[in-house]
Ligand binder design. Structure first.
Ligand code: GRF
Length: 407
């Protein structure tokens, strides 16, 4: 295995995606690329400060120095990068159209991030275009760079919901948060050699089989949506009818999630992902908590029981939170991560999405909507399960890429 690939980031302005990359590098979750150089085409931009603050070389090759000659500007950049042994390039808010020399010097080794679900809304002001068009789902795309702007093979996309009151700024902010997750993940996959370009398509060299250790088909669907973009081959426990679900008798969500993932890993030899979640109601001293799934026989009965217990309780006493702990177990590896979402228990169930207690839970951030009323794209970004899985994502990626090395 060779070391991480020397990578340069080209930026023109704010540099928040650069910052996300450098934070991932600092945290050790960007494992296969090493950002050694940041190059801007404008003096004094924040991206250069971000680079310096992270102890990374900050270069400026102003395009103004090459009036009317874009190829000459690019040749100067290529010289700088080649002298430094750069192998991979990331365009993160780089605002110059490419003229040829950069693409020729880094064929198939240049990626870009764009704030839309391409091929929708290429070019400038993608969030404004999305709001004006009236789409319900927006997002971001990381793609390989080709001569045509915003048109190269797609590596990774992350979606966000467009909400009724959204203006350009609100939507752009929601998209940007996803960009910061997508770009480090895409760069790590590309740098590790985990992807292959086939015509217009980017395909994984190999997928990691991952068993979703849950018997709940709603949860399987939600987990599958949350894991989208990682080179995984999702398996379910239905393939193993000889086994029953293990007893969840741990004393915490962590214990239960790990216990399930361990048991299924031992049974099947597969990497396993399990979760345990619950709803904690303040007025009930944190109940039903660990016992949420066993609180009554059906989801309707559980919701009815909870509402009955809280009958007459004023708003101030209805505080509650969903908690999820996700656990990943593979050969010699165990990880777990926790996610929560704060809110309160409503007076009545409402909404047709989601499952379990979602219809009676009002998340603080989206009040007065109930969790079961949020579009799937939104729920899949903000739920306790989404947050726990996001925290496990880098461990999952390490598992995927570790398997590549074993070949
Ligand atoms: C991002 O929205 C990116 O998708 C686009 O330019 C913007 C750069 O933002 N290509 P930042 O400089 O990374 O904050």
């Amino acid at each position: 295995m060779t070391g991480p690939r020397a990578t340069a980031v080209l930026a023109s302005g704010r540099g928040s995606n650069l910052e996300a990359l450098l934070e991932a590098q600092r945290a050790g979750t960007l494992r296969h690329a090493r950002i050694t150089t940041v190059l801007a085409n404008r003096e004094g931009v924040r991206a250069l400060e971000v680079a310096r603050a992270h102890g990374v070389e900050a270069l400026c090759v102003p395009h103004r120095g090459f009036p009317g000659d874009r190829p000459a500007h690019e040749r100067a950049i290529v010289d700088c990068l080649k002298q430094r042994g750069i192998e991979l390039l990331v365009l993160a808010g780089y605002d110059r159209l490419l003229a040829g020399p950069l693409l020729d010097a880094f064929p198939g080794a240049m990626i870009n991030i764009h704030p839309s679900l391409l091929p929708a809304f290429p070019g400038l002001h993608a969030a404004r275009q999305a709001v004006e068009y009236g789409v319900r789902v927006a997002g971001c795309t990381v793609h390989f760079v080709t001569a045509e702007m915003d048109a190269g093979p797609v590596i990774l996309q992350r979606s966000v919901a467009v909400l009724p009151g959204d203006d350009e700024a609100a939507l752009a902010a929601r998209i940007l948060a996803e960009e910061h997750r997508a770009l480090p993940e895409a760069l790590d996959l590309v740098a590790a050699g985990a992807l292959r370009i086939e015509g217009r398509r980017v395909v994984p060299v190999r997928r990691l089989p991952l068993l979703l250790a849950t018997g709940n088909s709603h949860k399987v669907g939600e987990l599958a949506a949350l894991l989208a973009g990682l080179p995984l081959e999702l398996r379910t426990t239905r393939e193993f009818p000889a086994f029953t679900e293990p007893e969840e008798d741990g004393g915490s969500y962590e214990e239960n999630a790990l216990l399930k993932a361990r048991v299924w890993h031992e049974r099947t030899g597969l990497w396993c992902l399990a979760d345990d979640s619950g709803i904690e109601v303040d007025a009930l001293g944190g109940r039903p908590g660990l016992h949420s799934a066993r609180y009554a026989k059906t989801a309707e009965a559980r919701n009815a029981k909870l509402l009955a217990e809280l009958a007459g309780a004023p708003e101030a006493r209805r505080g509650a939170r969903f908690v999820c702990v996700a656990a990943l177990v593979g050969p010699g590896v165990e990880h777990s991560a926790r996610g929560t979402i704060e809110g309160r228990i409503a007076e009545q169930p409402r909404g047709a999405h989601g499952f379990g207690y979602d219809p009676i839970f009002v998340p603080s951030e989206f009040a007065p909507s109930h969790l079961a009323e949020l579009p799937e794209e939104l729920k899949n970004r903000v739920s306790h399960r989404a947050r726990a899985l996001d925290a496990l994502r880098s461990a999952l990626r390490a598992a995927v890429l570790g398997q590549l090395r074993e070949r």
